[in-house]
Design a protein around this ligand. Sequence first.
Ligand SMILES: Cc1cc2nc3c(=O)[nH]c(=O)nc-3n(C[C@H](O)[C@H](O)[C@H](O)COP(=O)(O)OP(=O)(O)OC[C@H]3O[C@@H](n4cnc5c(N)ncnc54)[C@H](O)[C@@H]3O)c2cc1C
Length: 462
Amino acid sequence: MTIHNQRLPAQLDSPPALEPEVAEQSKMMTQRRIYDRPGPENRPSARPRVVVIGAGFGGLSVARHLARADVDVLIVDRNNYHGFWPLLYQVATAGLEPESIAHPVRAIIRKYPNVGFRMTEVRHVDFEHKQVLTDSTPISYDYLVLAAGSANNYFGNDTLAERTYGLKDIDDAERLRNRVLSAFERAISESDPERRSTLMTFVVVGGGPTGVELAGAFIELIRHVLKHDYPVLDVSEAHVVLVEGMDSVLAAFPIALRRKAEQRLQTMGVDVRLQTLVTSVEGDCVTFKDGSQVRAGTVVWAAGVRAALLSDSLDVSLGRGARVRVEPTLNLADHPEVFVVGDMAYLEKDQNGQAYPMVAQVAIQQGKQAAKNIVAQTFKRPMLPFRYVDKGSMATIGRRSAVLDAFGVRLSGYPAWLGWLFVHLMALVGFRNRIIVLTNWAYNYFTYDRGVRLITGAKECD
Ligand SMILES: Cc1cc2nc3c(=O)[nH]c(=O)nc-3n(C[C@H](O)[C@H](O)[C@H](O)COP(=O)(O)OP(=O)(O)OC[C@H]3O[C@@H](n4cnc5c(N)ncnc54)[C@H](O)[C@@H]3O)c2cc1C
């Protein structure tokens, strides 16, 4: 309504008087246009409207590549920020402030006049009527891009979801940081040695990059920082266990780098348990498939990933991990105007039964291709299939150590760590964030300290 009022005076001022019938028809058309084809932020527009669900790596890439196109783009996200998830584990381990790995979406899109933003939760998509159903008003589209990312996969074991900590967004990371620091606060007043040791035991389930980085950062936090904060506690009672179902960590890396990563974790003091599957978590008792058990105050689930829960509510064909099956051109076979990119999309590489990995580069490159194919559709030109340029992978294993496999170069140790620092710093969105992260890293590196070890929000008292 406000929007109508803002626009109407200017529209009424200039045009000459119309015949009543024509005026009525014109009014109806204008109203329909305002309702059906709103511009980026509900302004009337005759241009096609592209709605992008998700302001992550994929969604922002779509918007960026449509910024000069003759379309209006509306990004919809439940949060008002873009999160840089590769550094999330550093928030969970008190190395970085949450704000330093997130950037407001409105600040990112400010330079794109045809891109708008709406903060709301998307619940469903009505493909037939081309409407996105949200917690607020429905949003109509001409083209839709689903880029809602991923969620933890508990493989149908709902109790794991209730009893373990996830690491998927900033709220998760803050919750985990609070939990770890609270565990030490409780341990200091615990007289029973067994109970104290349980409080100081952290189990990370999943030996992928997230699990490896988290386990390394936990042990460093304990050995270098909390040791000094709690001088009366014997930190040798603290225990970090990394559990992996396969016979090595970092399965996507070459075998030599995997072994280096395992050795490094063990040297740091992480208890790496390979070919070990978690069957249940009851209270503080973690039970493995071979019947053995570990008592741990905190269990983190980094063992499985699936598409965002939104995919469950869509009437579309799903591949492994509930990811939405797409054509090589990244759109749905039945709805060519609907594209899916990033973690949510299921597209097999070379029909070899393996989908593209759920990593940032895939999301960014798919976002670019989806944007190009939307423009192709508006010009009724043929669309092109997605082609992935693999820029390699890297994972850090604590201070001064990482593994890197890119463009045929395989590195481990300090040089790989420097490469990791550089790539992650440059990939962060926002100059301010880069400065804050760099300052924090330098401070942590030279002082062995972590400045962000605050217990905030709801306190954990159990
Ligand atoms: C802890 C962690 C570490 C990682 N480390 C690396 C790494 O080192 N290197 C790497 O390449 N990749 C890494 N990844 C994976 C990488 O972050 C993802 O592959 C990438 O973010 C996928 O981009 P996306 O756009 O598909 O989803 P995302 O970037 O996750 O964005 C999805 C967006 O959709 C929004 N959203 C979801 N559901 C809804 C809804 N129903 N309504 C409204 N909004 C919604 C979310 O709020 C989010 O902003 C990591 C991921 C995690 C969680």
